[in-house]
Design a protein around this ligand. Sequence first.
Ligand code: GDP
Length: 365
Amino acid sequence: MTQKRTHKSALEEVDGIDQPESIHTKSVQKIKIKRNTLPSTQVFVKKILEGDITHLSRAITLVESSNQKHQQKASEILQACLSHANNSIRIGITGVPGVGKSTFIEAFGTYLTGKGKKVAVLAIDPSSSINKGSILGDKTRMEKLVNDNNAFIRPSPSGDSLGGVAKKTRESIILCEAAGFDTIIIETVGVGQSETAVHSMVDFFLLLKLAGAGDELQGIKRGIIEMADAIVINKADGSNIDKAKLAKTEFTRALHLYPPKKSNWQPTVTTCSAIDNTGIDTIWNIIERYVAHTKSNNYFEEKRNGQNKFWVLETINNQLKNEFYNNPAIKSELASILSNVQQHKITPFDAANYLLELYHKKSGH
Ligand code: GDP
């Protein structure tokens, strides 16, 4: 009898047959990786530049983390990767839920990897923190692409502010580019403000549409149309083909009524079927033409510079706001000052000035 057996316990196990693994081996690997200490910044950078997906994913996790140490590490990695980034085409894709974004990205991404491209798919969906990764969360819709060695798919980071979510995605673009991905697709849902955020980080903006029941033009917000470099009518298959062709004609006519874009590019309308895989090559041709056009008139470069400037200012704005609202003095005073405003004891402007002065005093600025 072994030592173990002398201590009788209800929890004691007798030697038996080997137990089958209770957890999938892949999950075990993930747990092991998580428990390991973080590799050094140098190792991260080296591996990312070699195109190592595991390290790319882990670096993106650092970018997405709110832990200060992780953020510091992410910032070092980003800094080192920056000079290796920028060599890609960044494509934004938007459209209302159900228009076929996932199906389209699966077809388009597979088409591109077939042409030898390396495709990274990222997403921006601020609502995904509420319904946990609603966008790209269900990767089963992109089965082929998920298993494609030349594709990398990352669901939308969670977060409670669009600015925060967008910052994480923008930083992830840098990491993906440093890892050798030459085509970056950023998906967003065609509702709310997220298109503007996506537009501020892509070279080419593609709006997916459906052929509607005669009210194509009312169905889309003017702002989004103005941002689009191409409008693609999806689901142009089966009995829908004629309707899609009609919608194409109507959109083309409507787009001519818009003022010319700074890029001097005339937005193009086309049709496709993500399910039947038709029209996908035409869309890629349009994007290639756009890139050639905007590179020759320098707009490509200008736009990226403008976007960088925008993100500097945007980051400062967000940072200042965070610092202000997280200041302990502001945290403890804000509610009572707001209530004083509501009771007409102090004007909104005096209240704001009081809080700003308090912040400056307490933060020593
Ligand atoms: P998302 O919400 O925009 O990502 O849309 P999905 O990709 O999930 O597609 C919504 C539904 O439309 C699914 O049932 C798809 O099978 C279908 N769908 C997507 N693309 C096409 C297409 O080109 N033709 C047809 N007939 N159906 C499509």
